[in-house]
Design a protein around this ligand. Structure first.
Ligand SMILES: [Zn+2]
Length: 228
């Protein structure tokens, strides 16, 4: 039976304009600190992998003074062109908190096992403003995970694409949206095997792999009918 419930901003069936976006933005409240939770944790992992600064996200409007978020990734110290490259991302939809902390924990507990087997590029929190607000959309009410394309309207998506292009010797040909982190590190192979649900137009053993961390929907997020 179709639901008659609809979101409290806007008119069902009509695209949002600036007024609806501003109304939505005014409701967003900062609830935690990207600097404390993520940047501090990344600094603490400096001994495991190198820290790469790959830009800033800056948001501002007439009601909000400029907020700047430095973007940080962790990467293998000795990047070798002949090895497969693995990109681990968390916090694209940063209300999915487990992805952020799962990526940080991966570096802490698993990164060493990949040494000389793969180049690692770990981006624990792709969308910092979103992380602080327990949101899915960024400041501009744009979904960063629908914005990985040329001319991206989402700053954080554009920055990640730029980083990837700079680091990868070839664009990703294997896309996985499920977590591939072994559930039992004692029995699982050090190199994650591609799984059957990956879309792989031309996967090869050296293809770059997009690897996303698990996600957990936040109970605070109540907007219905959204896909991952
Ligand atoms: Zn998501």
């Amino acid at each position: 039976m179709p639901s008659t419930a609809h979101y409290s901003i806007g008119t069902p069936g009509q695209l949002w304009g600036a007024a609806e976006r501003d109304q939505w933005r005014a409701r967003q409240v900062r609830q935690r600190s990207y600097a404390d939770d993520v940047l501090t944790a990344i600094e603490a992992l400096r001994g495991r992998l190198d820290v790469e600064m790959y830009g800033d996200v800056i948001y501002a409007d007439a009601q909000h003074p400029a907020e700047r978020f430095p973007l940080r990734a962790l990467r293998s110290r000795h990047w070798q062109p002949g090895l497969p490259s693995v990109l681990v991302t968390g916090g694209v939809h940063a209300y999915e908190t487990s992805g952020v902390h799962g990526a940080l924990r991966f570096v802490d507990t698993q990164a060493e096992r990949f040494a000389v087997r793969a180049n690692l590029l770990v981006v624990p929190c792709v969308s910092p403003w979103v992380y602080e607000r327990f949101q899915r959309w960024n400041f501009d009410a744009i979904d960063p995970n629908r914005s990985f394309r040329d001319g991206s309207p989402a700053q954080e998506s554009a920055a990640l694409m730029h980083l990837h292009r700079r680091r990868a010797s070839s664009p990703p040909t294997l896309t996985c949206t499920r977590p591939l982190i072994p559930t039992n590190p004692n029995t699982a192979p050090p190199w994650p095997r591609a799984t059957t649900r990956c879309s792989s137009p031309a996967a090869s053993p050296t293809a770059s792999t997009w690897w996303t961390t698990p996600k957990t929907p936040s109970p605070r997020f109540s907007r219905p009918s959204l896909k991952p």
